[in-house]
Write a protein that binds this ligand. Structure first.
Ligand code: R5P
Length: 292
């Protein structure tokens, strides 16, 4: 198995190749034509090989590069092309909210899978998006990676900032053998939320080390509000952990100001990247595509 790291996911792709018993790893040559169009070229002997292309699609440019890479790898004679999209952009528009809108997540699934034999992604915004692929598609979770990290750190209680994240926090709690609870969240607009401690909280939080667990941190509004609320209720220390750290604008600083630590996985390169999902992606590749 060969691993190619697109420009959005070079470091993670290299970690995946190491996890696959040091599978040959390469990065494509990329440049821009004078008219601004993108050019990519892959190297190495890919003929007859199973090739894994790793590329998060945070920006439209990342997405275009992925589509070109899939085609380049196929042209180079790869036997199978497995596409790993650690952060799958456009996944939030997973249904038509208003007439005239697209189901962007579905549209992207269809385009990403076009040049691929199978797709692997990590913590999609909603699980049903996986069913939009018509080819084999698998979802890794960022939870085990964060749990491996938290095992080395003091943790008393895990907290989901909303009830929608209950399954996630429950899974983390199980891996760490710690209790958990979920806050009640009401979204006011894309940047503001209202949070409440649930009335049926089984135990106090005073003096405890709490870890907020979320799938994605975007503007940081949710985590910052949650941390302020928990502090008001006398939490001892607060950490924030997520799979995908988008950290738009000043989100990272905003969260740092009200927490003791911020942890993210390496699906997107950022300052909080402290846990790797490479072993979890490699497990899926080994299990479903055993030539590696
Ligand atoms: C909500 O469904 C998600 O799990 C996150 O809580 C949310 O997307 C975080 O967004 P922000 O950082 O902008 O509050």
């Amino acid at each position: 198995m060969h691993v190619i790291g697109g420009t959005a996911s070079t470091a993670l792709a290299e970690r995946v190749s190491r996890e696959l018993s040091n599978a040959p790893f390469g990065i494509p040559f990329t440049k821009r034509f004078p008219d601004g169009e993108m050019y990519v070229r892959v190297g190495g002997r890919l003929e007859g090989e199973d090739v894994v292309v790793v590329q998060s699609t945070r920006t439209d440019q990342d997405l275009l590069e992925l589509i070109l890479l899939e085609d380049a790898v196929r042209e180079a004679g790869a036997r199978h092309v497995y596409v790993v999209v650690p952060y799958f952009g456009y996944a939030r528009q997973d249904r038509r909210f208003f007439p005239g809108e697209p189901v962007s997540a579905r549209a992207l699934c269809r385009h990403v899978e076009l040049g691929a034999d199978a797709v692997v992604t990590v913590d999609l915004h909603s699980a049903q998006t996986l069913t939009q692929f018509t080819k084999p598609a698998y979802e890794a979770s960022g939870i085990p990676a964060i749990a491996r990290l938290l095992r080395e750190r003091p943790v008393d209680l895990l907290v989901s900032p909303d009830r929608g994240g209950t399954e996630r926090v429950r899974r983390m709690a199980q891996l760490l053998g710690k209790p958990w609870f979920a806050l009640d969240k009401k979204r006011i607009d894309s940047e503001h939320v209202e949070l409440k401690i649930p009335a049926d909280l089984p135990q106090g939080i005073e003096g405890k080390h709490l870890v907020l667990v979320d799938d994605v941190i975007t503007t940081g509004g949710t985590i910052a509000e949650a941390a302020k609320l928990l502090k008001k209720h006398r939490a001892g220390a607060i950490s924030a952990a997520c799979t995908h750290g988008l950290f738009l604008r000043d989100a990272f600083e905003r969260i740092k100001a009200v927490t003791d630590d911020v942890y993210a996985t390496d699906t997107l390169g950022n300052a909080a990247e402290k846990a790797s999902v490479a072993p979890d992606i490699a497990d899926i590749l080994r299990e479903h595509f055993p030539s590696g």
